[in-house]
Structure formats: C-alpha cells, structure tokens
Design a binder for this molecule. Sequence first.
Ligand code: SF4
Length: 345
Amino acid sequence: MIKIAYFDASVETPEEIILAGDMTPIRLFGNPTIGIDKANEHVPPNHCVWARNILQQAIEGFKDDFQGIITSHGCDCTNREFDIWLECIDLPFLFFLNVPLKRNEIALKFFIDDMKELISQLEETFNINITSEKISKAIKKMNQIRDLLRDISEYRIKMTLKGSEFHALVKGVQQMDKDKALNMLETKLKQLKTNKPFLDKNLKKVLLTGSVIDDTEFIRFLEKLGFQIIIDDLCIGTKYFWDNVDETEDPIYALAKYHLNKPIYSTKFPSYKRFETLNFLAKKYNVDGVINIAQKFCEPILYSHPYFSKKFKELEIPYLFVEMEYNRESYKQLATRFEAFAEII
Ligand code: SF4
C-alpha cells in the first residue's frame, strides 16, 4: 500500500482523504538521537530544533518508503521548511496544505478549496479516484479511533494508565495502518477495564502543554521525577481526538469544519484563546500544576508563555515553563527544575 507522510505541527492534515485513496497516512516525527548538521546547512541556527531534526531526516532520506509528503500550515518554521523540501527531496508527490489561521466562513471556504486541490493532485499523481463515499467511510473509521482514544485517555486520570503509555499509543496510531490501530485500541480498552490504580499516591497530577512533544522518553523522564500526565492539549494527545467529524454533512465540508472548530493549537494564535482551553482542562481535571514545554526556538510557545504565566498566577495554579533542546542528554540537565516544581505543588 502507498504510504503518504505528513509533516504537521498541529494535526490538521485530513488523514481521511489519504485513507480514501486507499493509501496509508504516516505522521513524521523527530528523532532526538540524531545530529542535525545537514539541516544546519539550510536553515539559520535559531530555527526550531524539532523542525530542523525532521529536515535532517528528509535530506538523509527517510527510512520508510514514502511516495509523497503533505506539509500542513502550522507555524512559520514548518511553512518555510517546505520550500527547502521542494529543493532537497525527490518524491513523486509534495503538497503544501494551507490550513487557515482565521475561523470564519471565508477561511472555511478557502480550506475546502485547498482540500479539493489536494484530492485532485493525489488523484492525478497516483491515478486513483477519491470519492465522497470513500471519504465518508474513512471519517467513520477515524471517528471510531477518536472515540476509543477519548475513552482510553480517561484511564490516565483514573491512574490506571501511565501518561507515557498513552503517549506511545497515540503516536503509534498516527504512524500505523488504521485498521490495525482500531484493533489495538479495542484490545487496550478491554485490558484497561481490569487494571488496578497505581499505588503511588504522591504522584503529581499535571497538565502538559507546549510544542510538539514527540519523544515518549521525555514523558517517562517526567514520570521518574514524580509526575503523572493526566491530561494534555498536545497534538500527540487530546488535539488528535478532541471531537468527532460530523458524519451527516458533506464529507469535505465536515472535515474542514472539524479542523477549524477544534480548540486552537499551540502553533497558532491568539494566546488568550489557547489559554481558555488550558484553563478549562486544568479546572476540569483539577490538576496539581501545568507544565509548558517549548522546543528550543519554538516561537509560538515562547510568545504565549508570558501571558500564560500571568494568567495562571492570577488563578493560583502552579505553572512551570521550560525551553529545551531536542536531545535526551538535555533532559537530565533539566531534572532539578522539574524536581523543584514537584516539591512546591
Ligand atoms: S516545535 Fe514550535 S517552532 Fe517547531 S515546528 Fe512545532 S510549533 Fe513550529
């Protein structure tokens, strides 16, 4: 089966369109164990470390046999990298999907038009037919996955599922065949119903937010320091299954509406809109604190941080902001800051 990768900092790529073409969507992730010397030849040193890491993999050649890559409009880093990809990558299909920042009728129409352009270019390149019926079928499948992930996510709160296990599960779903993902999630949910809560009552229950945090090892590192991520607003987390796509409307319209109606993601502005979601989650789940992680040079997160800091202080919700390098050695250097935060909450 043809594999189409997507480079997306805010999970706004409509995977259903790829599935409707009988192809497999695979999300691209960074690899914190590699160097980024080749990427550094193309971009300035103050370009986000995560996006640079993926550029490095693209230049070296992905290990998987992708036939195409879709980049969705996330932050300025992902947008501008696409221009470099056009020069450096030799694949039959490269497409930039314009996901609008604004959320009004004009933006919706713009997004629908761009999705239609994506469909027609996929059809032309791979000689396939992406029909409305096939998209509707794919929406149903993805909605089942979203339902299961939402149910499974709640076991983090019941303290029977570790945050790191859940993170690995969502990451797996974004990279695997969706029928296999469905089976895996159904089995996991059955198993979770019989799990007993962790014995450790001292774990600090936190809300995790920030940049793309795709290294599950980082979540395990936080757990070793005494945290349990009970909720998040991450793209490898709730932003992937926040809501369902309406199955009764025209499928392309429903997909566009779904992505534009989701709570705004960390790559986008305004900060006060993002804060509304964080505040809602922090209160709903009664968290002990909020941890906000910025990948080094991640401008959207750096921009929102002062506002979040002020607002959480007003609400007396403990808040920690950390900017970090995208490599595992750097995690250890941050241990003291996380330990100090665990002590005060
Ligand atoms: S980590 Fe930040 S700067 Fe980097 S791609 Fe994601 S949103 Fe953009």
